[in-house]
Design a protein. Structure first.
Length: 274
């Protein structure tokens, strides 16, 4: 059976010569402190507290929600609960939450030719972004600093009884989010099980991108027992997707390989694979 090589993965990220991702990889391997990572991350945080360029699909000089949720995830990975970077980020998310509880990209993003999954005014994008922000705020214990109740209601309304609109991504955010909230409400339980089933089908049939499978494995581990089988099959796939150069493959483009490899390192750190 193939085994994972975290040291080779970290070397792959360092060879990519991205200071932010390198600091995260070093932290994941125990070779960099939290403050060192936070110092590196600041290059992507803007004066309004929002973030840009944490996602290689967007290189514009503008704070966007797609980049900000990634930043919160990174801060979660390093266990940051009190830095000024996090405080400013949460303030930005509080200010940008919409009246209906959702988040959407700013209209100005269209000036930077974003991909369709970042376009403002699209319901499926609003549902996806809201699921991501809620999940990451819940992980960091900062959910009460936004109108969390209204955001959850917006998200729940996006469930059609079988799935959320368009994206697999919404499912791997909503599943652990609703499990972490733990209301015990049957409607929430149906959404959790539905998300699990959508993702299981995607992973088992290779309908999930290899890089995205890392996110699914992380989410299913976060969700706990209800997603145990999903975690097992996802983890097996993730291990198999590591390449000879140490990095992870993806169909989303070479520019994303280092970021996915960092995510794999934190997945293995979370489950105790050294």
């Amino acid at each position: 059976m193939k085994t994972v090589d975290p040291e080779k993965a970290a070397a792959f990220v360092l060879d990519a010569n991205d200071p932010v991702l390198s600091s995260l990889a070093l932290y994941a391997r125990g070779n960099c402190g939290r403050e060192g990572v936070i110092k590196a991350l600041r290059v992507y945080q803007r004066d309004d507290g929002g973030w840009t360029r944490t996602d290689k699909d967007f290189q514009g000089d503008l704070s966007i929600i797609s980049a900000t949720w990634v930043a919160v995830q990174w801060l979660n990975w390093i266990g940051d609960r009190s830095s000024s970077v996090l405080e400013d980020t949460v303030d930005y998310l509080q200010r940008t939450q919409r009246e209906d509880g959702s988040w959407d990209e700013p209209d100005e993003i269209v000036n930077f030719n974003p991909p369709f999954w970042m376009l403002p005014g699209r319901y499926e994008n609003q549902v996806w972004l809201t699921s991501a922000i809620c999940c990451k705020l819940k992980e960091s214990g900062r959910e009460q600093q936004v109108d969390f109740t209204k955001a959850l209601e917006f998200l729940r309304q996006g469930w059609n009884g079988e799935r959320f609109p368009v994206y697999q991504h919404t499912h791997w955010m909503a599943m652990p989010l609703l499990r972490l909230i733990g209301t015990g409400d049957e409607a929430d339980e149906k959404i959790i099980r539905g998300c699990r089933d959508v993702l299981y089908d995607a992973v088992s049939t290779n309908g999930a991108d290899p890089g995205d499978t890392i996110s699914i494995a992380y989410a299913s581990h976060l969700a706990g027992e209800i997603a145990e089988h999903l975690f097992d099959i996802s983890l097996e796939k993730v291990i198999g997707f590591q390449q000879d150069d140490g990095g992870w493959i993806t169909n989303h483009g070479e520019e994303h390989r280092a970021a996915f490899t960092v995510e794999a390192l934190f997945l293995f750190r979370r489950i105790g694979v050294s």
